[in-house]
Ligand binder design. Structure first.
Ligand code: C2E
Ligand code: MG
Ligand code: MG
Length: 716
């Protein structure tokens, strides 16, 4: 208090009056009260004084020559700092009109004449204090606003009973409204929320209003100009005695830059700057995650350690710039080889990128999770090797980059990252020692897998001769009518020693070893023979689809052996349909097109199996002589609940119909899937809902009851 008084005492007062006597009296009285006084005899002198020796307060007479008190007051207010200096108008006229005018031109207060000299000092001191408090408040408000702006903070409040909303300038800024043009209410604000987040925000706010939940949420906004933002919002609800919400105060903070910075940091921490691949750190985390999943699912997992051969000599002879470019291309090829692999062809939602990592220098790692069989790792290894086999063109040089690959498998070779990695690394070194450009399994699994493979290969050789292979038939149903439309022939191997072996297991092996050529031919012959037998027995003719593998398709004799077969059996070619996989056809469209044309001219129908898992382009499909597309079961499985699968299914149906092709959905196993496909115009369906693949004698039953709906009724 004493300090404040000392402050007041030193304060400078500008006294403006044309009456010298009055100025003298004022000086007397104010100096006694401890103020420092300066004088001016009219308005224009007052302005000059104000600029030269700025006072803390002005006492201003109203009636003066040259420039009167009103004009001087208005002019003072326009000067720099003139806004904040209190001006006390000393008016002779104690009438309402002049007081009103004084306030209009910006006076802080008025003092009527005659003046009570004893009280003047107190009056001035009081005004000075009030003005100081006001200035401090204004400063702190400005500081707060600045801090809020820097922190991208804003606030709002809602008077619930009157439904009155107020948004601060900061809040308006965050919401993308020009200042002073804030949203009128919460409704307008809700419209800015990203449609996917809106329900959640709405529900949490409603729960907070019922007093059930704390309102603290982060969500996305789409501003009026279309830019996406991320905000964090908190609100506190006050309730009245009836437990009704009375008042809500909220704070809003723009998190966009923070989240972007976090994403950037995350990217720098987890991705390699040169190749753009995820790095070693990401690899460790992903492997740990995949191992946990593998323990639950009991499915094997493989790690590939890929080391580029002789990379050092490329760096040494052609320079690091060329070396870097080569590494980038190698990274792209690795990603492509792993992506186009059947095993990981359908990227899942969590990791859309192929699981290839830059481990360091010229070392890459590949994580193959969720494998069906351990030997599937071989397929990917083979793809990687053939992907790298093509020459690289880097800065005008033709380069070849081979790799030495070490493979370890969980659980056979270890059940933690460290062990698996050490074993993969040692397998890779083993491959290097064997002369590079090769791959090695870590010994334990290598021994077991190769023995298993050799075993199975030998058994598969004998299987045909010993009649262990059979063809089963699965009905294909016309979606709208529910009637039998045909069948798909599927191989079955019932081995005398191994028991029943799934085609998913022996077909890849048959492809690798070339056995698929005689096996495929056998299947075609068997299917044609079966159709003729049904015809001969007087059964209505149906078309049978036979799967043709890539290797078989690329074999130049296919069209010749097929035409021989048709002649020999006398079967109408229209009854035979060949199912080819997307990757078979798309591998080299121009070359395959010739084969497709010759088959099509023969009258045989052609369809693409497992459609949607490869990368077909519409323009490529258009010029092929196809009849149908078969939607892959991985999409059908998640119908109708999964949004992505539904969207892909609808897109395939629309695209196929646009190209004049029929659509078959495979793997239909529920009524809900059937209803969805029926509603959206899928032409044919196939799956366990109707029947699993069955031996030919059992299939005859479907001819007697062409309405396949009966199968479903029979089972339920
Ligand atoms: P694909 O041609 O896509 O055959 C469909 C697979 O889905 C068959 O498996 C069939 O039994 C199964 N399936 C049918 N309905 C359902 C269902 O409702 N739910 C589920 N989860 N699965 C269903 P399969 O018989 O094990 O054959 C697997 C793959 O082996 C075939 O896939 C095909 O690519 C290949 N394959 C089978 N026979 C031959 C053949 O003669 N030659 C060639 N090259 N490949 C064949
Ligand atoms: Mg098929
Ligand atoms: Mg299929």
């Amino acid at each position: 208090m004493r300090n404040l008084e000392a402050l007041d005492r030193k304060s400078r007062v500008l006294v403006v009056d044309d009456d010298m006597m009055l100025r003298l009296l004022m000086r007397e009285s104010l100096e006694q009260a401890g103020f420092q006084v300066i004088e001016a005899e009219d308005g224009s002198k007052a302005l000059q004084c104000f600029v030269e020796t700025p006072p803390e307060i002005v006492l201003m007479d109203v009636v003066m020559p040259n420039m009167d008190g009103y004009a001087a007051c208005a002019a003072l207010r326009r000067l720099p700092h003139g806004q904040d200096t209190p001006i006390l108008m000393v008016t002779g006229h104690n009438d309402v009109e002049s007081v009103h005018r004084a306030f209009e031109v910006g006076a802080t207060d008025f003092q009527a004449k005659p003046i009570n000299w004893a009280l003047l000092g107190y009056r001035v001191r009081y005004i000075l204090r009030a003005s100081r408090t006001y200035r401090a408040l204004k400063n702190s408000e400005a500081r707060l606003a600045k801090a809020q702006k820097m922190a991208r903070l804003g606030h709002w409040d809602w008077n619930v009973s009157e439904d009155r909303w107020h948004f601060s300038d900061g809040a308006c800024r965050i919401l993308g409204f020009p200042q002073g043009d804030c949203p009128p209410n919460r409704e307008a604000m809700l419209k800015l929320i990203h449609p996917d987040d809106r329900d959640h925000v709405f529900q949490l706010f409603a729960a907070a209003l019922r007093g059930e939940e704390k309102y603290e949420i982060e969500y996305r906004l789409v501003l009026p100009d279309g830019t996406p933002h991320i905000v964090a919002e908190q609100a506190e609800v006050s309730f009245n005695k009836q437990a009704q919400p009375e008042h809500v105060e909220g704070a809003l903070q723009d998190f966009t830059e923070r989240r972007q910075a976090e994403a950037k940091i995350q990217h720098l921490a987890y991705y390699d700057g040169l190749t753009g691949l995820p790095n070693r750190r990401m690899f460790s985390e992903q492997v740990a995650f995949a191992l946990r999943a593998a323990r639950r699912s009991k499915k094997p997992l493989a790690l590939l350690f890929v080391d580029i051969d002789n990379f050092k000599s490329i760096n040494d002879s052609l320079g690091h710039g060329t070396g870097d470019k080569l590494l980038r291309q190698v990274a792209d090829r690795l990603s492509l080889s792993v992506r186009t692999s059947d095993l990981v062809s359908r990227p899942d939602k969590e990791s859309p990128a192929p699981p290839v990592f830059r481990f360091g220098g010229d070392e890459f790692t590949v994580l193959l999770a969720n494998l069906q069989y351990e030997q599937d790792a071989l397929l990917v290894t083979r793809r990687i090797r053939s992907g790298l086999a093509e020459r690289f063109v880097v800065g005008g040089h033709d380069l070849f980059a081979t790799a030495s690959i070490g493979i370890t498998v969980y659980p056979s070779d270890g059940d933690d990252l460290k062990t698996l990695l050490r074993n993969a690394d040692s397998a890779m070194h083993h491959a290097k020692q064997k002369g590079k450009n090769t791959f090695e399994f870590y010994t334990e699994s290598l021994t077991r897998i190769s023995i298993e493979r050799m075993n199975m290969e030998a058994k598969l050789h004998r299987a045909m001769e010993q009649g262990e292979l059979k063809l089963f038939f699965q009905p294909k149903v016309e979606t709208q009518s529910g009637r039998l439309a045909g069948a798909e022939a599927l191989l079955r191997w019932n081995s005398s020693t191994l028991g029943s072996v799934s085609p998913a297991r022996f077909i890849p092996l048959a492809e690798e070893t070339g056995l698929i050529i005689p096996i495929g031919e056998w299947a075609l012959r068997e299917a044609c023979g079966q159709m003729r037998a049904w015809e001969a027995a007087g059964l209505p003719s149906v078309s049978v689809a036979v799967n043709v593998s890539a290797r078989q398709f690329q074999h130049s004799d296919l069209s010749k052996s097929l035409s021989d077969l048709l002649k020999e059996t006398g079967l109408r070619p229209q009854c035979l349909e060949l199912e080819l996989t997307e990757s078979t056809v798309m591998a080299d469209v121009q070359k395959q097109n010739l084969m497709l044309q010759s088959l099509s001219e023969m009258g045989v129908r052609l369809s693409i199996d497992d459609f949607g898992t490869g990368y077909s382009s519409l323009s490529q499909l258009r010029c092929l002589p196809l009849d149908a597309l078969k939607i892959d079961q991985s999409f059908v499985r998640d119908l109708p609940g999964d949004e992505d699968s539904s969207a892909i299914t609808l897109a395939i149906i629309a695209m196929a119909h646009g190209l004049g092709l029929r659509v078959v959905a495979e793997g239909v196993s529920t009524e809900a899937q059937l209803a969805f496909l029926k509603e959206h115009g899928c032409d044919y369906v196939q799956g366990y809902l109707f029947s699993p693949p069955v031996p030919a004698p059992e299939f005859v039953e479907f001819f007697d009851n062409p309405d396949l709906g009966f199968c479903r009724r029979k089972r339920s």
